[in-house]
Every structure is written in C-alpha cells, then in structure tokens.
Design a protein. Structure first.
Length: 178
C-alpha cells in the first residue's frame, strides 16, 4: 500500500512535468510569435515607405494604381499613407477616404466659409483642440489637393470649378495656403 506522502509526491512530480511541458510550449510559441511580429512589422514599414515614395512621385497616379488594403483584423489599425487624390474633373468626393469626404460634404452644405472648430462637431468628433487641429490639417490637405479653397486664413469653402477645370475661387487665391 502506498502512503499518503508518496501519493502526493507522485502527483506533485506529474504536475511539475506538465508545467515544464507547458512552459516549453509557451517558449516555442513566444519565439514563433516574435518572428511573425517582426515579419509583419517589416512588411508594414515596407508598404508605408513604398506608398510615401509613390506619393512623392505623383499623388494622382498613386490614388489610381495603388489601393491600400484594409487590415485583416478590424480591431488592428495599421497607420499608413492615406491617399487624398488631387481633384480632377469627373470623380466626386466619393473617391476620398471617409473622414475627408465628410469634411467636403459639410463644407459644401454650409451657407458660407467654415472654420475647423465648426466642422469638427458636424463630422461627429468632440470639439477638443486635438480634434480641431487634426481636422485643420485635413482641411489644408484638401486645399492643397484642390477640393477646397481657403479664401481667408482658417476659413474654408468648396472649390467651385468653372469651364476647363479652373477653380473659380483661384482668381482670389494669392497662392498656396499650406
């Protein structure tokens, strides 16, 4: 007959073996996970770098030829170049990323020039300085790409296009408002 102490020692030894096996399995999975994270990081950086280079070559060509893929997991957000194509005759604001499209629509629906602080709540963001500054940057990008006009500093209106694709508002524009 086995004593109680011997039985407990046997169970303890078996538990120790299971723990060591699980620890070894965890170490192996951790090493595999680290390798996959490294590969993912390299691919993400490569994609972002290529997108930046292509944007530098020609923003319009990139928007037409290099669509960015959505992340596989919706809860994982990959930061990369957001393509805001230059305005050209034909396409509507539907070609813009969601937040830019919302901004253009809010400005287009307004009765007069709008400021970033007026636009932020209308696109569903809290009216805090960080969101206002981020929206101001997007407004400036839309001006740079020809979707909006900044007639007065900080006041944005839709770019109205006349015959031949020339901005009607550009006659009053004293240059780029970057």
């Amino acid at each position: 007959m086995v004593s109680l102490i011997e039985e407990l020692e046997a169970r303890e030894a078996a538990a120790r073996v299971r723990v060591e096996e699980l620890e070894a399995e965890i170490a192996e999975l951790t090493a595999r996970l680290d390798g996959e994270r490294e590969a993912w990081s390299r691919l993400r950086v490569t994609r972002e770098t290529v997108a930046e280079v292509l944007v530098g070559l020609s923003g319009q060509v990139v928007a037409e030829t290099v669509p960015l893929q959505e992340p596989v997991k919706p809860e994982v957000r990959v930061v990369g170049a957001i393509m805001v194509p230059h305005w050209r005759e034909g396409p509507t604001a539907d070609v813009l990323p969601d937040v830019y499209r919302d901004i253009v629509q809010v400005v287009a629906d307004a009765s007069g020039p709008m400021q970033a602080k007026q636009i932020v709540p209308r696109i569903g963001l809290p009216a805090v300085s960080g969101k206002i500054e981020g929206t101001r940057g997007k407004l400036k990008r839309l001006v740079e790409r020809g979707w909006l006009v900044e007639g007065q500093p900080g006041r944005f209106t839709p770019a109205r296009w006349g015959p031949g694709g020339e901005s009607v508002n550009s006659r009053n524009d004293k240059g780029s408002s970057l």
